[in-house]
Structure formats: structure tokens, C-alpha cells
Design a protein around this ligand. Structure first.
Ligand SMILES: *[C@@H]1O[C@H](CO)[C@@H](O)[C@H](O)[C@H]1NC(C)=O
Length: 214
């Protein structure tokens, strides 16, 4: 069941997908990550429980707004196992996401696309206090559509979640996905790929391309 605890909103202002591995239940009460251990297990090795302190289970600074003066107009402060070693093996983490204002009235616009064959776009405008769940692994986006700053606290069903920015994955991989493969997948002429690649390459923080969801 723990695998079905779904993730709440997060991440960058355009289209991106969280990719999280399903994580098994822990075999002990806690397993504070020991970053100095060379042991390789499914997760990080456990610190000797006699060495564990309260501060292994706490993190400070989530009240501090991130700097959204960047092309994405958002800032993510992760609280993953790297920042909070007590999360190791617990299958959960969180992040603070700040959003620069966009153009409309005071709301966060969020959405995700269901899997094939429906590919249904499910969207909602969120007000202060609202919670939204993005199912694991589905492409999703968030945008601040208010005049002022916005932020959310996101909880993620992995101690160390990865992020897939759709445009970066498709047009900014190293080495590149061959043009003919992208052209076939998108059913477009190969020349269409070049501007998308150039944009991903030039954007200072690897800004993803707009999607039809915008
Ligand atoms: C925010 O980031 C911008 C761009 O890097 C920088 O110019 C600015 O000084 C930063 N603001 C703060 C408060 O750190």
C-alpha cells in the first residue's frame, strides 16, 4: 500500500515528470543514512543506531523563500535523503517550491496527463490551503497564475526522487537522441527538432520547452 501513497504537487513551472522507484518497507525503525559508508545497499547504509542524534531527523530552512529570478521562474528546495539522512529507507521526502508570479489572478494552475491511450489532461486551479496529488511517474506541470509569489510544500513518495524534464530528456540528452527517431515519434520533419534542441541548450537553467498543456 505504501507504494500507492501518491505525490503532491511539485517541481518546475512547465512540464516535467517525477520518476520515483517503488520503495520497499523498511526492515527496522530507522536507518539514518551514513554517507561515509562504502557499503552499497538499496539505499544508503545505516549509521550505527548508537550514533544517531535528533538532528539526523530534522531539517531547517524550509521557511526561506527560494530565488525565482531564473528562466524557469521557480525554485526548488529539496529535503531528500541527502539533506535529511533520517529519511533513508522511509520512502518519502519533501520539497519547497517557490513560483514567480505569472499573469492572471491569484492561483496555482496544475495538471497532469494520464497514460496511454487516453492521454487525458487533468487540471485544476489551486487556492491557498489546497492540496493536489500527482500520480507517480505521470507528466505534470505547475504554474503560478497569480500576481504575487506562491509556494508549495510537496511531499514525494521516495527518499531520493529523480526529476525528468520532458524537453530536456527529449532534446537535451547526451548524446542526443537521433533526429530521425524524434521526427518519427513526433511525426514531424527532421528540421523541426533543431530549434527545440537549440532552446534547451541555450537556456541557462535548462528551461523546458512549452507544451500544449500551457
Ligand atoms: C536572485 O537571482 C538573481 C539571478 O541569479 C540574482 O541577480 C539576484 O541577486 C538573486 N536575488 C537574491 C535575493 O539572492
Amino acid at each position: 500500500m505504501a507504494n500507492h501513497i501518491l505525490v503532491i504537487a511539485s517541481l518546475l513551472a512547465i512540464a516535467c515528470a517525477m520518476v520515483t522507484a517503488f520503495e520497499p518497507s523498511p526492515l527496522q525503525d530507522f536507518c539514518v543514512a551514513d554517507p561515509t559508508s562504502s557499503a552499497r545497499v538499496n539505499g544508503l547504509a545505516c549509521l550505527d543506531s548508537k550514533m544517531v542524534q535528533a538532528n539526523h531527523f530534522s531539517f531547517s530552512g524550509l521557511h526561506i523563500p527560494g530565488n525565482t529570478s531564473n528562466p524557469l521562474g521557480s525554485a526548488v528546495k529539496p529535503v531528500f535523503v541527502g539533506q535529511l539522512p533520517g529519511l533513508n529507507t522511509l520512502g518519502i521526502s519533501m520539497a519547497r517550491i517557490d513560483y514567480a508570479p505569472w499573469v492572471l489572478e491569484g492561483k496555482l494552475f496544475v495538471g497532469f496527463v494520464t497514460s496511454n491511450p487516453e492521454n487525458r489532461l487533468i487540471t485544476k486551479f489551486l487556492e491557498k490551503g489546497d492540496v493536489f496529488v500527482f500520480p507517480i511517474g505521470l507528466v505534470h506541470f505547475q504554474r503560478n497564475v497569480g500576481h504575487g509569489s506562491a509556494f508549495s510544500i510537496s511531499s514525494l513518495s521516495s527518499q531520493n526522487p529523480g526529476v525528468v524534464l520532458v524537453a530536456n530528456a527529449l532534446f537535451g540528452s547526451t548524446p542526443s537522441i537521433p533526429n530521425d527517431i524524434l521526427a518519427k515519434a513526433f511525426q514531424v520533419d527532421e528540421s523541426v527538432e533543431a530549434p527545440a534542441r537549440a532552446w534547451v541548450d541555450e537556456a541557462e537553467v535548462r528551461m523546458p520547452a512549452k507544451t500544449s498543456a500551457d
